[in-house]
Design a protein around this ligand. Structure first.
Ligand code: EPZ
Length: 414
């Protein structure tokens, strides 16, 4: 429940990146040594991944913002359906399980609100590394035939720069026999973070962050103590909280190279940014319309399309927002319209005509970033906004209302 119209002031701390921590946790399956991750965000998705690893025999111990995992007890090759079904990221286990055990049975990750979320590229790549993969009754079964069950390095060309496929194949290739080349790889910072962890574990990886990643398999990987990068999507969401309330806020830590497209768009919309190392101070009084087209990194990130649209609903002028990554990630438009936003839809494009004031209303968040977008809209709206769908919000934002209330928002979890 959000009482809108309040100005914010102060500093917002950014937690570790959810979309990095989840895949780094899966890397614990690649070694028998202890793996320690620091700066891990306290999110329900992280808890879910810990349960999946535990179900496979990995011990997981949680510190205040760290995780200690030990994969020496790995005894199963099939996480249970009910756990996987609730957490798509559990599919990250298939690559490491194949690399370590030569066998994996992982339920097909369901689609979700934003799209069908296929894993075609992941499966094609695992086959290129020598795995036999079948999909029956919603379960992906993979096995490495022959002696020693070791995958064999090979050349993979991804039809689309899939983040999950790139990460899955990097982990599978790390223990394969020989060299693997992944072409048209995703460039996201989370891919580079995974490469950093694999290198710390003794893997031979080069080219992460470029379209061609080369991995030379090794016999075994050792443990590591590694810090997760800050969450660029949480950081972007906080910057938008300042912009939509026309406030001055400091957001830290931010690795600005991870948010280039977003920082540029915020300035184009009229925000002032002061960057001091990993600290960004944003101030905004007049916000004008800008056009957005979501793209793979380094283009504008699809995960900030909904939060940014909330801002554009209050800008002066008409913005054109095009969602190019997911086929169904504009469901927040209907909810913003309930708050008085003037938005016209045409396929995957929204024409957002800014209004001077949104009005508080009961609204529904449809995925974790749309839920965050509705909270942002509530911060700027007249009166009370109630947002349903907090189970989505809690997947991607640790203590979202606590952090915003600490800088002057009035949000109550009912
Ligand atoms: C990751 O999902 C993120 N999740 C998503 O964040 C993010 O939106 C997405 O990357 C894009 O940046 C995690 O890292 C856990 P993709 P992923 O495979 O790996 C199509 C959030 O809000 N595609 O790069 O599933 C696919 O349909 C979440 O934190 C194929 O067509 O994304 C989609 O349209 C949401 N065939 C596009 O590529 C394939 O085989 C991007 O998917 C695989 C993907």
């Amino acid at each position: 429940e959000i009482a809108g119209g309040r100005r914010l002031a102060g500093e917002l701390r950014v937690s570790g990146a959810k979309n990095s921590a989840l895949v780094l946790m899966a890397a614990s399956l690649l070694t028998e040594d202890p793996l320690r991750l620091r700066n891990v965000p306290p999110l329900t998705d992280i808890q879910g991944m810990a349960e999946i690893l535990t179900s496979l025999g990995v011990s997981v111990r949680r510190g205040s913002d760290s995780l200690e995992m030990n994969g020496s007890g790995l005894s199963h090759s099939a996480p249970p359906y009910e756990l996987v079904n609730s957490l798509r990221a559990s599919f990250f286990c298939i690559g490491p399980l194949l690399a370590r055990l030569g066998i994996a049975r992982v339920p097909l990750p369901g689609g979700c609100q934003i799209g069908t979320r296929p894993v075609v590229e992941h499966v094609k790549g695992l086959k290129a590394l020598g795995a036999q993969v079948t999909i029956e009754h919603g379960v992906v079964s993979a096995v490495v035939p022959g002696r020693g069950h070791r995958l064999t390095g090979g050349r993979i060309h991804l039809d689309c720069p899939s983040v999950g496929a790139t990460e899955t194949l990097m982990m599978a290739a790390a223990l394969a026999d020989g060299e693997t080349v992944i072409e048209n790889a995703a460039l996201e910072p989370e891919v580079v973070d995974l490469a950093g962890l694999l290198l710390a574990m003794g893997a031979k990886v080069r080219g992460a962050g470029t379209p061609t990643i080369t991995i030379v398999g090794v016999q075994r990987l050792h443990g590591a103590d590694y810090a997760v990068i800050p969450d660029r999507i949480e950081a972007g969401t906080f910057l938008l909280a300042a912009a939509i309330t026309r406030s001055c806020l400091t957001v830290a830590p931010v690795i600005t190279e991870h948010l280039g497209a977003v920082l540029t768009k915020l300035e184009e919309a009229g925000c002032k940014l002061e960057i001091d190392g990993t600290s960004v101070t944003i101030s905004a009084d007049q916000i004008s319309a800008v056009d957005l087209r979501t793209q793979p990194f380094p283009g504008f990130p699809t995960d900030l399309q909904a939060p940014f649209m909330s801002l554009l609903a209050t800008a002066s002028g008409t913005s054109v927002v095009t969602e190019n990554i997911f086929e169904n990630r504009l469901q927040h438009v209907a909810e913003l319209q309930r708050m008085g936003a003037a938005i016209r839809m045409q396929g995957n494009t929204a024409f957002v005509e800014g209004v001077s004031r949104l009005s508080g209303a009961p609204v529904q968040g449809s995925d974790l970033r749309a839920s965050a977008a509705m909270v942002l809209a509530g911060l700027a709206a007249d009166g009370i906004t109630t947002v349903q769908g907090l189970e989505f919000l809690d997947r991607g934002y640790a203590d979202f209302e606590g952090k915003l209330n600490a800088v002057g928002a009035s949000i109550r979890r009912v």
